[in-house]
Design a protein. Structure first.
Length: 353
């Protein structure tokens, strides 16, 4: 994996990065490079990045994939390195989670692409740090740091969970979310349109025994709606462990915690077996950049995970050129709906002739 421009900016300043270092939500394999000169730990929220670091040989005992950092994983760090996330609330979450782990006098480093909104994040650093300032800038990226001179408030996950009631497609749901999760705290328009369409669909007669996959589960709204509609157990998949935690919380809040299986996966890599129904509002961003590869890879591999006559439902912004990819993957597709910038596509695993 080539280093992002943000990591290249850190490389220019790596003589400062010595001692015990924690990367919070790294974006590439730079933690491995730095581990050759420092005692480096990496806390990932992305299964893709976690897998990448494992693949290049990062020490497994210092690599963690979880929604929150457990104190037994490590503390008393000299430096915390944070990459500016797309969601500002996630930056606040990462700072709140890591500041208690930093030694007094230790430093937090924040690096980000200018398009990510990093320019306005200095004030967020000033909430818990002193002597905050710009360290460097290059390739349309900025690097800030600040010193810990005062005690940090202990991190409590429950403080960051938001819960709300949502009526959609004939159901009233309790939803939970965490910073950085897609649609955080609100109903995404595409999801609403998809669920309304599914509410009109005629499912198989023994659907309660069907295998159903929600690809890119976010806060669990699609998975929960499908469970309530069908009575079936749902497999909920996401690259983000924050999304998987939110989905777990959502199902628990609706007293159906046993009805879902969570899978952390980069695409369909970790998926076993075949499903009668696969439903998705697939991501088309990686960080701040549009990235069709996630959805394209999904479409080209989903055939291997559909039963004969198994069905695929996709909602997408209608400017995304998904129809030819669906045709290449499944032979044909149907557009069930198009309005207000969204389209709903339906595909079916063809029966063997």
């Amino acid at each position: 994996m080539n280093l992002n421009s943000t990591s290249q900016l850190l490389v220019r300043n790596n003589t400062e990065l010595t001692g015990k270092i924690l990367f919070a939500n790294p974006e590439d394999t730079y933690p491995l490079d730095l581990s050759r000169q420092a005692d480096v730990y990496a806390w990932c929220q992305s299964k893709t990045i976690y897998d990448s670091l494992l693949r290049v040989g990062f020490t497994e005992e210092k690599l963690f994939l979880d929604a929150q950092w457990a104190l037994e994983n490590g503390r008393d760090f000299d430096h915390i390195v944070v990459y500016q996330p797309k969601a500002k609330e996630l930056l606040d979450y990462l700072l709140a989670a890591t500041l208690p782990l930093l030694k007094e006098g230790g430093r937090v480093w924040l690096v980000g692409d200018n398009k990510s909104g990093v320019k306005s994040s200095m004030k967020r650093l000033e909430g818990g740090l002193d002597d905050v300032g710009k360290v460097d800038g290059a390739k349309h990226c900025l690097l800030y740091n600040g010193y810990k001179r005062r005690p940090a408030k202990p991190f409590v996950l429950a403080d960051w969970i938001i819960t709300w009631k949502q009526d959609v497609a004939g159901q009233s749901l309790t939803l939970c979310s965490l910073p950085g999760v897609f649609g955080h705290g609100k109903l995404d328009k595409g999801t609403e349109i998809l669920l309304n369409q599914l509410n009109q669909h005629r499912f198989m007669s023994d659907v309660a025994s069907a295998r159903i996959l929600d690809f890119g589960c976010g806060d669990g709204i699609i998975a929960l709606w499908l469970h309530n509609k069908t009575g079936a157990r749902i497999t909920a998949l996401d690259d983000s462990v924050l999304a998987l935690k939110a989905t777990e919380l959502t199902f628990t809040a609706n007293q159906v915690g046993d009805a879902v299986t969570m899978v952390a996966s980069n695409g369909l890599d970790q998926v076993k077996g075949r499903f009668n129904y696969v439903v998705t509002n697939p991501p088309f961003h990686t960080g701040i950049n549009t990235d069709y590869s996630i959805a394209e890879s999904f479409f080209m591999t989903v055939k291997q995970h559909l039963t004969l006559n198994g069905e695929l439902f996709v909602v997408a912004n209608d400017f995304l050129r998904y129809p030819p990819i669906l045709d290449a993957a499944l032979g044909s597709h149907t557009r069930l709906y198009r309005d207000k910038g969204y389209a709903i596509y339906h595909g079916r695993q063809p029966k063997k002739k």
